[in-house]
Design a protein around this ligand. Structure first.
Ligand code: HEC
Length: 130
């Protein structure tokens, strides 16, 4: 009797070892291929914008500051501001993303002045460098 029991238990145990090793197959959200590394050091540990700039509900909670309005109207055409607010990127990365948005997504490119206002705003409020 006892021997039968322990034999059965062994038979049941084996398949359990085979379950539960699905691993980390799913990569993080990444529309732009290899360049985005979610594990890269993000600089400061603050969650979104510097605490000094209050989110402005009129502009999708983008932090107040010069360029908030321009950024809002430029970027809201395709996605919410949340995708911007969660970023901490290097200056170079913002330049790259701008070009990506224009070239790959067909973003309308405003005049140079507006462009530099928006990029300055992004680099100020959503930076990994400062
Ligand atoms: C013409 C459409 C369009 C416009 C306008 C646009 N984007 Fe995007 N953006 C996209 C698409 C498409 C994605 C990919 C994610 C998605 O499908 O929502 C994206 C993704 C992003 C991401 C996430 C990139 C990542 O690494 O995950 C950021 C940040 C971003 N956009 C910022 C901006 C900013 C800032 C502006 C305004 C200057 C802007 N976008 C304007 C189409 C646009």
């Amino acid at each position: 009797m006892k021997t039968t029991c322990s034999f059965l238990r062994a038979a049941v145990c084996v398949p359990i070892f085979l379950v539960g090793s699905s691993g980390w197959a799913q990569q993080g959200y990444n529309p732009m291929g290899a360049a985005v590394n979610p594990l890269a050091p993000a600089g400061s540990s603050t969650e979104s914008s510097p605490p000094s700039a209050a989110p402005n509900p009129e502009f999708g909670d983008l932090p107040d500051g010069e360029g908030a309005e321009e950024t809002y109207y430029q970027c809201i055409a395709c996605h919410s501001t949340a995708i911007i607010r969660q970023q901490h990127l290097s200056d170079a990365r913002w330049d790259y993303l701008w070009t990506w948005m224009v070239k790959e997504q067909g973003m309308y490119e405003p005049d140079d002045e507006t462009k530099s206002t928006i990029l300055a705003y992004l680099k100020t409020h959503f930076s990994s460098e400062r």
